[in-house]
Design a protein around this ligand. Structure first.
Ligand SMILES: Nc1ncnc2c1ncn2[C@@H]1O[C@H](COP(=O)(O)OP(=O)(O)O)[C@@H](O)[C@H]1O
Ligand SMILES: [Mg+2]
Length: 396
């Protein structure tokens, strides 16, 4: 029985922990939270801070693992890479994983390699650089923490007067205290999910994303197929492949966010060397394409045989995040009543929880997943069920 270490055992990682068990792997999970939900499904677990690379390695050695992976969280990426490299297991090179953690380094690499259509970006590492960078930028720009996630600390800046405060805001929200300043792109948002194995790059899916209105930039849902004209979808896939090569991603999952303008310019805004969150890897790809993505990820991690062939004609799937009306939960509806063979609900709401106004992914309470004859009808259905859930929650 091969032994797999899952770095992260929260709500989104629980799907892959369950999958790993289902496939018959001895599944070991770590998470900083001693009550992580994924621990319930693991064969063995330990509360370990997943960004503590040395602690993760120490435990991995003790557990004599055959493979290591992380999914749906940026926090586990470096540790998974570190453990894999130190133990000679399959994983992304540490140097590549490290670069991907810095959004400015990613932008610089993609700009220099011409992987997409985005112009020059700048990095702000110290407050005293702000005025010099200001003299070089053309507004509007997007200012983001170099190592942000969940869209925290990001803001659009249209005029010089607001530049400094946006940089400080992004720097405050960055663990390394750095911000990236990029051209602001006006367009529709898409995501791409890929896997790299033995020199092959499998672009499994391009998804359309629904986002909140500015000033927040948080996901509200995804749909597949993307609805892009096929030529443009081919261009997107070509950009994804160029970017993966330029960033020297030699192994594993790659999740990208991109903006596409009316004129068909493709702008990659975010790259994660891990399976996408928001049910992309666990639900959207497998339902939409028939590829058992999570099984392949686990098998690739331990060196077992994978199969990335599309299993069916694309099946339209749409998700909606449970971005709900704020309040304290007094009573919950029976979620089963909303489900049928085409509808799945995955939520983490409990009585007594406080629902926050939806500004970042972290404010989401779960997901509705719908499949249908068309993307349009899947989206309408998912939106309808999300609203039904919202009005059926009793708040105090
Ligand atoms: N250069 C940009 N122009 C316009 N919008 C952007 C730009 N960069 C990011 N965004 C918006 O902000 C969101 C969050 O940025 P992203 O880099 O993906 O950060 P995070 O790691 O927090 O997800 C994106 O999904 C997109 O909607
Ligand atoms: Mg993003």
């Amino acid at each position: 029985m091969k032994r797999v270490l899952m770095i992260g055992a929260g709500f989104l990682q629980n799907f892959i922990i369950k999958k790993s068990k289902e496939l018959g792997y001895y599944t070991i999970a770590i998470d900083g939270n001693p009550n992580a939900v994924g621990f319930e499904n693991a064969d063995e677990y330990k509360a370990i801070n997943i960004v503590d690379e040395a602690a993760c390695l120490e435990y991995a050695k003790q557990m004599k693992i055959d493979g290591v992976l992380t999914a749906a969280t940026d926090y586990g990426v470096l540790s998974a890479s570190y453990v894999a490299e130190e133990l000679g297991l399959h994983g992304i090179k540490y140097t590549s994983a490290k670069r991907i953690k810095n959004k400015y380094e990613v932008r610089k690499c993609l700009f220099e390699s011409g992987a997409d259509d985005t112009g020059l970006s700048f990095e702000v590492s110290f407050k005293n650089q702000i005025s010099e960078i200001l003299s070089k930028v053309t507004f509007p720009v997007m200012v983001k923490p170099c190592d942000g996630s969940g869209s925290r600390g990001a803001s659009r800046v249209d005029r010089a007067d607001d530049f400094k405060s946006a940089c400080l805001f992004a720097m405050e929200n960055s663990l390394t205290g750095k911000a990236t300043v990029e051209p602001f792109i006006t367009g529709e948002e898409y995501g791409a999910e890929s896997f790299v194995l033995n020199g092959e790059i499998y672009v499994m899916g391009v998804m359309k994303k629904l986002m909140t209105k500015p000033p927040y930039y948080a996901e509200l849902g995804h749909s597949i197929p993307s609805g892009l004209p096929s030529e443009l979808e081919q261009k997107v896939k070509a950009c994804v492949i160029k970017a993966i090569k330029a960033l020297d991603i030699n192994f594993g999952s790659v999740n990208m966010d991109m903006l596409i303008t009316k004129s068909g310019d493709v702008h990659i805004v975010d790259v994660g060397a891990r399976m996408g969150g928001n049910l992309i890897g666990s639900h959207i790809i497998p339902i939409g394409t028939g590829i058992d993505y999570m099984a392949n990820m686990i098998r690739a991690a331990v060196g077992d045989k994978t199969d990335f062939a599309f299993k069916n004609e694309p099946i339209p799937v749409a998700t909606r995040l449970l971005a709900l009306t704020p309040g304290k939960v007094k009573a919950l509806p029976d979620f089963k009543t909303f489900e049928d063979e085409n509808v799945i609900i995955e939520h983490h709401l409990s009585i007594g929880d406080t629902i926050n106004e939806y500004h970042t992914n972290l404010d989401g309470c779960g997901y509705v997943v719908c499949r249908s004859q068309s993307v349009d009808s899947a989206e309408i259905e998912a939106e309808k069920i999300k609203n039904l859930i919202d009005i059926n929650i009793n708040r105090s």
